[in-house]
Design a protein. Structure first.
Length: 211
């Protein structure tokens, strides 16, 4: 899905948005490793130190970190902190309730989409936030083994009805609108996604024609 969305990003934004997706996946890999939660916490703290605190003694020669230092705007730090906090919640061994899901959506989804939109019109912040939270809950529902948690995640996502039906004003935000357009029908139907299906691809194409 990320590769398809990147095709709709303006050329000037594509390298940065690619980096944002790669960062999200690197953080996901930390959580997927499982094992001792303390080890995951240490690894996430390393990313915090490099991306948020700007510790230049760490990450030298790491391609993603070097790209971040070359491309990241000044406003990226707080958004990266939110994203890392979202993954930190998933690394916790504690079960997630509705309140936890809301916090996770604001952190991972809101943080990731704020990174994508770094430098865009700040007046579009509410749309970016809603799209991010919706997408994060939908994505989580498609990846967790707990069927009840997936169902509750989709229920929580219904609070974030899309606000960019006719297309966002800034071309930078088009991939975010398309992401929410892909997710929203599953949320409304309470249908847990299973991979990126032809149905999702069709939604993406139809939504892309609206601008």
């Amino acid at each position: 899905m990320a590769r398809l969305l990147l095709a709709y990003a303006p050329p000037a934004d594509r390298a940065w948005q690619t980096l944002c997706w790669e960062l999200d996946q690197r953080l996901a890999a930390v959580v997927r490793r499982g094992g001792d939660p303390t080890i995951a916490a240490i690894r996430l703290a390393w990313w915090d130190a490099v991306l948020v605190e700007g510790d230049r003694d760490k990450g030298r020669g790491e391609p993603l970190v070097e790209q971040w230092r070359a491309l990241a705007p000044v406003s990226a730090g707080p958004a990266a902190e939110r994203l890392i906090d979202g993954w930190r919640m998933l690394a916790s061994p504690e079960p997630m309730g509705r309140e936890d899901l809301s916090t996770y959506a604001a952190a991972r989804g809101g943080g990731l989409f704020a990174l994508f939109a770094a430098g865009a019109d700040p007046m579009q912040g509410d749309g970016v936030e809603r799209a991010g939270r919706l997408w994060a809950l939908w994505d989580l529902a498609g990846h967790v083994r707990d069927a009840d948690l997936a169902r509750v995640a989709l229920e929580e996502a219904r609070a974030f009805m899309p606000v960019w039906e006719a297309g966002p004003p800034a071309p930078t935000l088009k991939p975010l609108r398309l992401a929410q357009a892909v997710a929203w029908p599953d949320v409304v139907a309470g249908r847990v996604p299973s991979g990126f299906s032809p149905r999702h691809y069709g939604r993406l194409l139809l939504a892309s024609l609206r601008g």
